[in-house]
Design a protein around this ligand. Structure first.
Ligand SMILES: Nc1nc2c(c(=O)[nH]1)N[C@H]1C(S)=C(S)[C@@H](COP(=O)(O)O)O[C@H]1N2
Ligand SMILES: [Mo]
Length: 385
């Protein structure tokens, strides 16, 4: 059990000599001896992370280290889980490329395996979902750029489409008429974005092959972007000239918002791409008189300036942030709350990035009409015994 780990177990030498009591809680997120969890009162009755065989919420109260365990990593998709045989698997690379290819797992790995730490959340993650559609992991695989360089993208190739191995019959509606066609989950990005050093074809997580939930045998990871572009069971990378407007690219993953543009309110729609700055209070624990408030921050990789925590109607207080995480890993933060009185309290966090962008409140997002990309501050309620 995680709760039996002592601080010493967790610190394992690296931080000995620093004096455990001065270390912020993210340095030893497993509970120490004598430390107890404080109860959240905002989980709906009967809330559970197990959502059936193919879907899983991550109960963020269980965060016990920087990485999410493979059997807890959140899982969601639209068309079920395809079973793909890793031995006969071939990733097709097609379209406007000089040398179309069918690459086995071995061919991919031969391009040079590396590691990438990246966390992401589903763009539908929110207070309503108890922020359970988010996780963080160490992936192994190859940069997408290496795959594209190995086949050579032609000059007129402008868009790269990523198809998953999952199919389903989808209704496509156009001006009142409906068409039923077989579609694969598909997402795209510009060749420029795809050739950026960061997008990654992952074949492993946590030193093991991907599980079927996370997209075995290969998936795309677009670090710093929301979950939808991270195409699981990746089967085909296709380069084309036209923008790709498949259902999950153009219709399901977009946000309608009112913005002041050129001095007037304009109703704009944007595709879901980079993650908007979000912090969430995830776990609250108590050790004697000190209440440890711990949470995570996700964004597009922009360095953070600060995370602040506010209890009830108090002032915003600085939290300490684990700045040692790689660019795209989520960052844990912790705040020590002293002198908590018994009873129910509200705790909220807000992050500010190096550009000065501040995580919005719910009211600030009043003009965001569709529900995706909800990065608003999330006041949590806890009961101190
Ligand atoms: N092939 C495929 N990939 C997919 C999806 C899908 O339905 N099919 N869903 C996307 C969405 S909406 C999210 S949030 C992430 C979830 O990834 P996870 O299950 O590894 O957490 O996968 C993305 N990749
Ligand atoms: Mo998602």
């Amino acid at each position: 059990m995680k709760n039996e780990l002592t601080r010493r177990d967790v610190l394992r030498g690296g931080a000995v000599g620093l004096g455990a009591l001065t270390l912020p809680a993210w340095a030893f997120p497993a509970l120490a001896q004598g430390e107890t969890l404080v109860e959240f009162t905002d989980y709906p009755d009967g809330w559970k992370s197990d959502r059936g065989p193919e879907s899983r919420f991550y109960d963020i109260r269980n965060i016990d280290g920087p990485y999410t365990a493979a059997d807890q990593f959140f899982t969601t998709q639209h068309l079920g889980h395809p079973q793909i045989d890793g031995n006969s698997f071939r990733l097709k690379v097609t379209g406007l490329v000089d040398r179309p290819a069918e690459m086995s797992l071995g061919d991919l790995k031969a391009l040079g395996e590396t590691e990438l730490v990246a966390g992401f959340e589903c763009s539908g993650n929110s207070a309503r979902a108890m922020q359970a559609l988010a996780s963080n992991a160490r992936w192994t695989g190859v940069p997408l750029k290496k795959v594209l360089d190995s086949v050579g993208v032609k000059a007129n190739g402008r868009e790269v489409v990523f198809f998953g191995g999952d199919h389903g019959t989808e209704e496509v509606e156009f001006r009142g008429r409906k068409y039923e066609v077989d579609q694969q989950y598909g997402r795209s990005m510009s060749v420029n974005d795809a050739m950026d050093a960061d997008p990654f074809i992952a074949t492993g997580m946590d030193g093991k092959p991907l599980s079927v939930h996370q997209g075995y045998p290969a998936r795309l990871i677009v670090p710093g972007w929301y979950g939808a572009p991270n195409v699981k069971w990746l089967s085909n990378v296709h380069v084309q000239q036209d923008p790709y407007l498949g259902k999950y690219q153009a219709r399901w993953y977009r946000t309608l918002r009112g913005q002041m543009v050129g001095g007037e309110m304009k109703w704009t729609e944007n595709a879901i791409t980079y993650m908007r700055l979000k912090s969430v209070v995830a776990r609250v624990s108590r050790m004697g008189d000190t209440v440890n408030v711990m949470g995570f921050v996700l964004n597009d990789g922009t360095p953070l300036r600060s995370v602040e925590v506010k209890v009830d109607d108090g002032a915003w207080q600085q939290a300490s942030v684990d700045s040692g995480q790689p660019k795209y890993g989520w960052k844990l933060f912790s705040y020590e709350w002293k002198g908590a009185s018994a009873g129910e309290h509200t705790i909220v966090s807000r992050a500010t990035d190096a550009n000065g962008d501040v995580q919005p409140t719910r009211d600030d997002l009043e003009n965001k009409k569709t529900f995706l990309e909800d990065n608003s501050q999330h006041p949590r309620t806890v009961r101190i015994a």
